[in-house]
Design a protein around this ligand. Structure first.
Ligand code: HEM
Length: 450
């Protein structure tokens, strides 16, 4: 009808163009493996989840014991459960690395804005799925975590109370709540899988970014076998790390209180979420107002959607953005500090540190991203050096040498390498030195001058 023939050849050519002969930039480093490892985590969660569901009972009187039954009676049940529980943590580690890779290399910058936005939505759904999954074993943390988080909706003016009761299906977290959380926890990973397909279509529309952040269309290689083996190696590293937790420290990432059956009459001394929620939990608690805290926590994720819009830098990779590169590492440290604060009691000095870290988080994403972009662009313009991407036969001949340069080359320059501190020294201390970053591609030499 639409002129598309879904015969064997078109299916094969679809597979071929997306995962076999897909043109991939030649210079992708291992940080580009986090996307496919995230995909592997999703598959592991779905497969182990389906097996767990065969023995789990979503009823408040049976849930806790059914999990213990899986652990002790079901053949290899302990392995399936520990893989699923630790798999959630591995998934978040991988996705956090994936997001921070995107931030460092400017993968959110045009033309990948919609790709980035699809990622943020996937991330939100992942958080909802993990939250509902944690309620299912019906331990103390399951119950009280669910109570605290669902209660946040009561901060919504006028309708908050009704929304919370609607979410609970009663007047407290109860059997109805457990049932619907189970149903949604089973459903959501498939929705995420669908969104991952959208994510990949958006990626393949414009192609991958790369560590240099420049257009490498002239120098792509087929995905298979080059990045197939590279990703395969990353899979092995993930499985190795994963096995370390599953076989040696299966409970280290969880909370001991969740081995106590849920008791609505006894509140645990400290209610803490799983580690991967801690930075956002810290933001929630650092605002001394319930509604304000909820708004801040949700905004902490939604603000990521603004990045493609408020970015002012034409240079993507932080390798060529000295000020942004520095600020980026402050953000990484800030995020780790927020995670630490999220598990501390609400008292001095943790309250103040949490507030400072929250302010920096928003300052970075709302103010520093556009402002640093403007400052760096001005610095480049002032040096009349502007971005200079050219390749001549002479350059090829004198590959590695700066054309028309009378200067003696340093070891790093003659080896075509950039000293890690080069960008700071060159941009700030000796600007007259003309920094030239040379990268060897198979058939073109790029000279980028900033
Ligand atoms: C279930 C979770 C996710 C899966 C399975 C997934 C999968 C992938 C895959 C396979 C790639 C290509 C390989 C790579 O560049 O690493 C990719 C690229 C990308 N993803 Fe994701 N992703 C997920 C979540 C996210 C999130 C949460 C974000 C951002 C908030 C995001 C943003 C991006 C961007 C910007 C790229 C392009 C990177 C570039 O070319 O530089 N993804 N994703």
């Amino acid at each position: 009808m639409f002129g598309i023939r879904w015969n064997r050849d078109s299916i094969l050519s679809f597979i071929d163009s997306h995962i076999i002969d897909y043109p991939t930039p030649i210079n992708l480093n291992y940080f580009w493996s986090f996307g496919s490892t995230a995909g592997l985590c999703l598959v592991i969660q779905i497969v182990t989840g389906i097996f767990l569901a065969m023995h789990y009972c979503p009823h408040i009187d049976l849930a806790f014991n059914s999990v213990e039954h899986i652990m002790t009676d079901v053949n290899n049940g302990w392995l399936i459960r520990y893989t699923h529980a630790n798999g959630a943590s591995m998934f978040f580690i991988v996705v956090y690395c994936h997001i921070f890779r995107g931030l460092y290399y400017g993968s959110y910058i045009y033309p990948r804005g919609r790709l980035w936005a699809s990622g943020v939505i996937i991330f939100l759904l992942m958080m909802a799925t993990a939250f509902m999954g944690y309620v299912l074993p019906w331990g103390q943390m399951s119950f009280w975590g669910a109570t605290v988080i669902t209660n946040l909706f009561s901060a919504i003016p006028f309708v908050g109370g009704s929304i919370v009761e609607w979410l609970w299906g009663g007047f407290s977290v109860s059997n109805a709540t457990l049932n619907r959380f189970y149903s949604l926890h089973y459903l959501m990973p498939f929705v995420i899988a669908g969104l991952v397909i959208v994510h990949l279509s958006l990626l393949h529309k414009d192609g991958s970014n790369n560590p240099l952040g420049i257009n490498t269309n002239t120098d792509n290689v087929p995905f298979y076998p080059y990045f197939y083996v590279k990703d395969l190696f990353s899979f092995f590293i993930l499985v190795f790390m994963f096995s370390f937790f599953v076989f040696f420290y299966p409970n280290v990432l969880g909370h001991t209180d969740n081995y106590i059956p849920a008791n609505p009459l006894s509140t645990p001394a400290h209610i803490v979420p799983e580690w991967y929620f801690l930075p956002f939990y810290a933001i929630l608690r650092s605002i001394p107002d319930k509604l304000g805290g909820v708004v801040a926590m949700i905004s902490a994720i939604l603000v990521l959607l603004l990045l493609p819009v408020i970015n002012t830098s034409k240079v993507r990779s932080s390798k060529f953005r000295p000020i942004f590169g520095l600020a980026y590492w402050f953000l990484v440290s800030d995020f780790i500090i927020l995670g630490w604060i999220g598990q501390k009691p609400v008292e001095t000095p943790y309250i103040e540190i949490g507030m400072g870290a929250t302010i920096f988080y928003f300052l970075f994403l709302l103010v520093l991203v556009p402002v640093i972009g403007i400052i760096e662009s001005k610095m480049v313009e002032n040096r009349d050096g502007l971005v200079n991407v050219e390749s001549t036969e002479e350059d090829e001949l004198y590959f590695g040498q700066i054309p028309d340069s009378s200067k003696e080359l340093s070891t790093y320059e003659s080896l075509n390498m950039v000293h890690p501190l080069d960008k700071y020294f060159r941009l700030f201390l000796v600007p007259e030195l003309e920094p030239v970053y040379v990268t060897r591609f198979t058939n073109v030499n790029f000279f980028i001058t900033i």
